[in-house]
Design a protein around this ligand. Structure first.
Ligand SMILES: [Zn+2]
Length: 317
């Protein structure tokens, strides 16, 4: 984990849109965004802990002083996109109904406990999340939920919220700013890192990529990794399509899901494709589990501790 060694970057995009990017985009090092309107602005996501979120809000002050944050959108339920909500005052908090429900499932106290646990489980979770501080977080939940689509007006500007999940999680949402030809994608895009498909099906995520590829956009702010454009979307789509067909074929042949993940991982390494060099390659084990469940509803995936154990195993090689 190197993210905490590299300072965050604030990028001024076109037309009053900003991206707050936390290198290196690996586990927990998420991005956020700001859309600045006339006298009001909209924040896309908070960060994994209070310290990181406070630092971000301070960096945004030159923009929010005259245009306070009136709306906060949580793109999905993962803590690295909503655990900092309590530091945003005076804003409505918007999420999809499915994401708002999922936020109740992994309270910050659970991550605090896992990263403090003694022995192997604690070591495992400290390896993934040891750089973050989960103490003192009081989860502030969405105050406004929607299904499908919701148009928001932010200081005279239109922001279109589009639910594209279940994909990465149960209720993924993207935020599209038509007048800036910009989309904030949340974790429907990981750039330079391997996507992780917790909910799926992968076909929904591929459809989300196709939706974005059909939109009038120039600038794409992913949930993790550097700001990109439509080329970044194509790469994620290519990875997901590859994994979908590779896992479907192995499920049909009766192969165990973790064996399939190992095989597909080495196949990816041999393809020379753009995604062969991505970080967090161990996420393939979760992704294959998700494909197996989408084909066979009776398929039982291992619990979350075992899922992390398998990812760590695969990345150790
Ligand atoms: Zn994330």
């Amino acid at each position: 984990m190197t993210g905490h060694l590299t300072p965050p970057e604030l990028h001024e995009l076109s037309d009053g849109c900003l991206a707050y990017v936390q290198p290196d985009g690996s586990w927990g090092w998420s991005n956020a965004g700001l859309v600045v309107g006339d006298g009001a602005s909209l924040l896309v996501d908070t960060l994994f802990d209070l310290r990181l979120t406070a630092k971000m809000l301070e960096a945004l002050t030159p923009y929010t002083r005259s245009a306070p944050i009136r709306s906060l959108v949580n793109t999905h339920a993962n803590g690295d996109h909503c655990y900092g909500n309590q530091l945003v005052n005076g804003a409505e908090i918007i999420a999809s109904t499915a994401a708002a429900h999922e936020m109740t499932e992994v309270p910050p106290a659970m991550l605090a406990a896992l990263t403090k646990a003694p022995g192997e489980v604690g070591d495992l979770f400290r390896g993934f999340f040891g750089a973050f501080h989960f103490e003192g977080i009081e989860m502030k939940f969405p105050t406004r939920t929607f299904d499908g689509r919701l148009d928001i007006e932010v200081g005279g500007r239109l922001v279109e919220l589009i639910e594209v999940g279940p994909a990465h999680t149960k209720g993924d949402v993207i935020a599209y700013v038509p007048d800036a030809r910009t989309v904030f994608t949340g974790d429907v895009l990981f750039i330079g890192g391997t996507p992780i498909v917790w909910a799926g099906p992968l076909t929904n995520w591929i459809a989300a990529c196709d939706l974005m590829l059909g939109m009038d956009i120039e600038t794409v702010v992913p949930g993790h990794g550097p700001v990109t454009d439509k080329n970044g979307i194509v790469q994620v789509r290519d990875y997901l399509s590859f994994v979908q067909s590779a896992a479907v074929a192995r499920q049909a042949s009766g192969m165990d899901a973790f064996d399939a993940a190992r095989e597909i991982a080495s196949e990816i390494g041999a393809t020379g494709s753009s995604f062969a060099a991505w970080g967090e390659a161990g996420r393939i084990s979760v992704n294959v589990e998700t494909v197996y469940r989408s084909i066979d509803a009776t398929h039982q995936s291992p619990d979350v501790v075992e899922q992390f154990r398998r990812m760590a195993l695969l990345e150790r090689g």
